[in-house]
Design a protein around this ligand. Sequence first.
Ligand code: ADP
Length: 208
Amino acid sequence: MSDEFPGVLLVGLTGGIASGKSAVADQLAEHGAVVIDADLLAREVVAPGTPGLAAIVARFGRGVLRPGEPAELDRAALGAVVFADPDARRDLEGIVHPAVRARAAELTRAAPFGSIVVQVIPLLVETGQRDAFDVVVVVDVDPAVQLERLMARNRLSAEQARARIAAQAGREQRLEAADEVVDNNGSPAELTVAVDELWNRLVRLPRT
Ligand code: ADP
């Protein structure tokens, strides 16, 4: 896919929930990277008036809309529909994922020549996108650190946090896909040093 974006170094940034992806992405942006966040795009492509929202209503009915004008997606209602129904979930992903990828590609093409573009994609490995990137960066934390930070950030019990972690790909599978691993077990200051070092390596890579 790098051929698709001449003059750009395309970096995929991933990691488990609460591993520190946002923290790393923010620091890469400070260095000058163009950061594209798949979670934000997933909201954008189903905003009121979008073809994505129309497709969701066509598939799931008006029950997944909140009352009001303009009609907004009721995420809790939609979540309840797809939670226990794998076919419904697949259909939803079939609507949202292609729209997110198309928008990410559009934003990548709009990046200035010579840019380092960082796409933050929580499920990069699970969705088989490894080969779409010049460099895959995995933010890695030990399971105990991940659990503690997830509980603190989202105010979850240990049981709730474990369930969210279990829904994702295993740490080993992610690490196997990595070209670069950022260890985020240490302090925020140590993370800053690790990201500085990562940036120094990225800027030396050729833009294809
Ligand atoms: P992700 O985007 O991968 O879900 P975040 O960047 O939101 O993860 O980090 C998860 C939580 O851990 C946040 O509350 C963040 O402030 C905190 N955090 C991230 N890195 C560190 C660190 N090195 N030391 C302490 N807390 C951290």
